[in-house]
Design a protein around this ligand. Structure first.
Ligand code: ADP
Ligand code: MG
Length: 716
């Protein structure tokens, strides 16, 4: 291994100058399909431990890359060894004893002619006393510190050696591991895997050369056994070409896999819904506003997709208040013009109901029937709604996830619109798509997803590579940005006065109750108390309360009263976070804003500033603030653009959190970092397109190597 790694280094360097472009992307020497050898011959307990590390095949061991390296290639004289880093020294044991002060410990002194070093072991076996007997030659690895009694190492790694035992030729990899599986054992397993696995390349010179990427084999051998005196910084920060090769491969596998799924879904047929225009023109004519340029552009893309004989798979992104709903309604009409049904699904009852009212108001006098379908309907109403949907009388069904329950049967569903898609799980979306699937024809409904959680470009390029994306990147004209105020809880009184002034002047306000993640019951209790308290504070105002536990009729009644102006101050839990649209509400107070996440704050704040009036969002916070909370509040205070907020969110939380439900089924990145490896991501995307077009064998080999069976799980 060690000899090999030096050869690897030479090849790595050679790889950078030797550029003989070949036309094929697949390395001609590579086998077309790389099977994943299993981990045969290991004990069950080892297999269990490996599984904890995410290692299921021999090849997973190849990709089990070191966290860092110990440099045991240099032996220091004790008096010259640097402090502040781990070092290797060697010496003869002068004395070894169990001491009882300050507490029981094994203390051993070694000397090498240059100096004396104390080794301390707080946990030890009595057998070590014998092992470390005076006169024994020891090689120890650890960090030297100045102790009260001179230089010492606490719990060093040590080995009994003869005087002439050679030092390591490569840096010693330190792997992520788990209890019961030592570094030595893991190293041996990995060494064997490196020898047994097919490490041939899935990328040809043509791809590698311009990106200055080494061969796969050279990259993994190098990372598992880098030669001494390599720049550790480059390795640690994963900027070394060997690391870049691994990250590129990972990103490429993700791109390939997602594009393959995109292509597979596209292979299913879908009804081609031609834009006939009668209904859409009629709706546009009666709107009190003009669509923005961005809305027009997104709509044109959607119209085009719907007219194709394969299913649309489009995500419509737009910041809160950018006007996605009307775009959805216009898309729905193109479907209705063709005599087909539309399902519009929202994650909360409040939002679904609001969509229902909007669609009904827009479409009723165009003769388009809109039906409301939710889990909490009375059984007679529900039967009626279901019958209408099944008979094809209801052209548009709006509802919550009740829409994709088994009892719901559509007559001819051709378009599924999913609002706030990140709130839904993969399975729920799949279920809705199956509603429209006609098994004998293989047809599927078109799918349009909407999201107000703007996703940074790199994240969209990566995790949404299996969708087409339209972006509404401007707000309707005449909106004044929401002014954000940070106010300490101690100044609550001033906030109360502001609400009173605003409501007396004819505006409306939201009061968002604190989020209590640990307990829903406590959250509810707090909401009720806040409501009662504010009712007492504002005897002259109509105060309402809405929370997740309210019966849906009650919820609807409160929301309508607020919409109509009968309620002036609405006390709410975060159920109003998504979608709610009441343009006359211009003031929002968020209690304990320091507990909320960035995107949640941005969504909440988006509930105001929806009309022409000047709006304010007051973030009440409780001192003392943690550093993280302070940073979040600063970001939300300074940024109004949802994309900027999302970029910060990605930086603070990473993609897993940001993507929410979507992450299940999508391969998360282990090595690449979307904030830093943008160039590799762009390159991987371009390479994936070429490979899919021209080199299907290389695609299969690469996906099999990186994703193996996992690829199969990515279905939605
Ligand atoms: P979101 O994208 O957050 O779902 P909505 O669709 O709820 O936003 O739209 C926010 C508000 O803006 C609604 O009251 C809607 O009627 C209004 N609106 C949408 N498009 C325009 C436009 N082009 N000009 C003016 N107002 C618009
Ligand atoms: Mg919306």
């Amino acid at each position: 291994m060690k000899v090999k790694s030096q050869a690897a280094e030479r090849r790595l360097n050679a790889g950078r100058v030797e550029t003989k472009p070949r036309s094929s992307i697949l390395d001609p020497r590579s086998s077309a399909l790389i099977p994943h050898p299993s981990l045969s011959g290991l004990s069950n307990s080892t297999l269990t431990r490996l599984a904890k590390l995410g290692v299921a095949t021999r090849f997973d061991l190849v990709l089990h890359l070191p966290l860092r390296y110990d440099d045991e290639t240099r032996l220091y004289p004790i008096n010259q060894a640097p402090h502040g880093e781990s070092v290797l020294v060697e010496g003869r044991v002068v004395e070894c004893d169990v001491k009882y002060r300050p507490k029981r410990q094994l203390v051993c002194h070694i000397e090498d002619g240059s100096g004396v070093l104390t080794l301390r072991f707080l946990n030890f076996y009595m057998s070590q006393l014998k092992q470390l007997a005076a006169g024994t030659h020891l090689r120890v690895f650890g960090e030297i510190r100045h102790g009260f009694f001179g230089d010492e190492m606490v719990h060093p790694r040590y080995r009994v050696v003869r005087g002439d035992t050679p030092v390591a030729k490569a840096l010693t990899p330190v792997y992520p591991t788990t209890a019961g599986l030592g570094q030595e054992a893991l190293r041996r397993l990995i060494e064997r895997a490196l020898a047994d696995c097919d490490l041939s390349d899935t990328l040809s010179e043509t791809v590698r050369a311009p990106l200055k990427l080494p061969r796969f084999r050279d990259a993994v051998l190098f990372l598992h056994n880098p030669p001494p005196r390599v720049a550790q910084g480059e390795l640690q920060e994963r900027r070394h070409p060997a690391w870049r090769r691994i990250k590129f491969d990972e990103l490429l596998a993700q791109q390939l896999s997602m594009r393959l799924h995109y292509k597979r879904r596209r292979a299913a047929g879908a009804p081609a819904l031609k834009p006939r225009g009668e209904l859409t023109r009629a709706l546009l004519a009666k709107l009190p506003f003009q669509l923005t340029r961005a809305q027009h552009k997104a709509l044109a893309q959607i119209r085009h997709d719907l007219a194709q004989p394969y299913p649309m798979q489009r995500l419509l992104q737009g910041d809160v208040g950018s006007g996605k709903t009307i775009v959805a309604a216009l898309a729905a009409l193109q479907c209705v013009e063709n005599g087909s049904q539309v399902a519009v699904m929202a994650p909360t009852e409040i939002l679904a109901e609001q969509h229902y009212h909007k669609f009904a108001a827009w479409l009723a006098d165009l003769g388009v029937s809109v039906t409301w379908l939710t889990g909490s309907l009375r059984s007679r109403e529900k039967r009626q709604a279901l019958a209408g949907v099944a008979a094809g009388e209801a052209m548009i069904a709006v509802g919550t996830h009740a829409l994709f329950q088994e009892e719901v049967e559509f007559h001819n569903l051709a378009l599924a619109i999913i609002d706030e898609q990140h709130r839904f799980g993969v399975h729920q979306r799949l279920a809705l798509r199956m509603k429209g699937a006609r098994p004998n024809m293989g047809a599927q409904p078109h799918q349009m997803m909407m999201s107000a959680t703007p996703i940074p470009r790199t994240l969209a390029m990566s995790y949404y590579a299996d969708l087409d994306v339209s972006v509404i990147d401007e707000l309707p004209p005449g909106r004044t940005p929401v002014a954000t105020r940070l106010v300490a809880e101690a100044r609550r009184g001033e906030v109360i006065q502001r609400i009173r002034d605003a409501c007396i002047a004819g505006s409306q306000a939201y009061w968002v109750c604190p989020l209590i993640e640990e307990s829903e019951a406590l959250q509810l209790k707090t909401a009720l108390q806040t409501y009662e308290g504010l009712q007492r504070t504002f005897p002259e105002l109509k105060v309402g309360l809405v929370h997740g536990r309210l019966k849906s009729e009650e919820k609807a009644r409160v929301m309508q009263a607020f919409q109509g102006g009968a309620i002036q101050l609405l006390v709410a839990t975060t159920v109003i976070e998504v979608g709610v649209d009441v343009p006359n509400a211009t003031l929002m107070v968020i209690e304990h804003a320091e507990r909320m996440g960035l995107s949640q704050l941005h969504q909440l704040r988006g509930r105001v500033g929806r009309g022409a009036g000047k709006s304010t969002c007051i973030l009440l916070y409780q001192n003392p603030l943690t550093a993280a909370a302070r940073e979040r509040l600063k970001i939300i205070f300074e940024n109004h653009d949802g994309f900027e907020v999302a970029r910060h969110d990605l930086r603070l939380r990473g993609p897993g959190e940001l993507l929410g439900a979507r992450q299940s089924g999508v391969p998360l990145l282990r090595f690449a970092d979307l904030a830093r490896d943008t160039d590799l991501l762009e390159a991987a995307r371009a390479t994936a397109a070429t490979m899919l077009r021209e080199h299907p064998a290389a695609v299969r080999a690469h996906v099999a190597r990186w994703l193996g069976e996992r690829h199969e799980y990515l279905k939605v």
